[in-house]
Design a protein around this ligand. Structure first.
Ligand code: MAN
Ligand code: CA
Length: 200
């Protein structure tokens, strides 16, 4: 009889231990998954920190980083200036009007403009001056750094040198990020985009 009882006791202890082990196993799997998720999260946050540190260190507050620092003149004040006056504003901050000489830069700038509100009024009053002109020779567009334009991101039908008076280029908020430029008279007043080189 004693032996029987001992045996049953042993069996139920074993069952209890078995259940405990199953619970532990589940708990362990759960913790394992949690750990993986946290490790993942940590990696994401770390890379975010790296990006933020880079941009804080290297661009002034309110400027956007893509190889250089870019500044978009204020939509709040709505201040608009001629191409030359806009350029002067950029120069005051050690910058110049933006040179958008790659698809990467064009897409970057379009993305930022698309995040801004559309201003009221005629579309051609809502642009941002960039560092591109064809003043010396009509039809030969040059960036402020002296290089000739190779890849242009003009709107349909532009540049059209309307009434033979349009020698300065501006970019606009448009749906197609690769067709956003218009040539306009340099004394039109628009907003502007400055670009400042990174300190090496
Ligand atoms: C029209 C078009 C444009 C031109 C502007 C100038 O919208 O001809 O190409 O730049 O007028 O105001
Ligand atoms: Ca035009």
């Amino acid at each position: 009889m004693k032996v029987q009882t001992n045996f049953q006791e042993a069996v139920s202890i074993k069952d209890a231990m078995q259940r405990e082990r199953d619970r532990d196993r589940l708990e362990k799997e759960h913790l394992q998954r949690q750990k993986e998720a946290l490790v993942n999260e940590e990696a994401k946050l770390q890379s975010r920190i790296t990006v933020l540190e880079k941009s804080c260190e290297r661009c002034p507050v309110g400027w956007e980083l893509l190889h250089s620092c870019y500044f978009f003149s204020s939509t709040e004040t709505g201040q608009k200036l001629s191409w030359h006056r806009s350029r002067e504003e950029c120069k005051k901050t050690g910058a110049d009007l933006a040179v958008i000489d790659s698809q990467e830069k064009q897409e970057f700038i379009s993305r930022i403009l698309n995040g801004k509100r559309t201003s009221p009024g005629y579309w051609f009053t809502a642009g941002y001056w960039i560092g591109l002109r064809d003043v010396k020779t009509e039809g030969v567009w040059k960036w402020l750094n002296g290089t000739e334009l190779t890849e242009g991101f003009w709107m349909e039908g532009e540049p059209n040198d309307d009434i033979s008076k349009e020698d300065c280029a501006a970019t606009f908020r448009k749906e197609n990020p690769l067709m956003t430029w218009n040539d306009a008279p340099c004394d039109h007043t628009l907003k502007w985009i400055c670009e400042r080189k990174l300190q090496p």
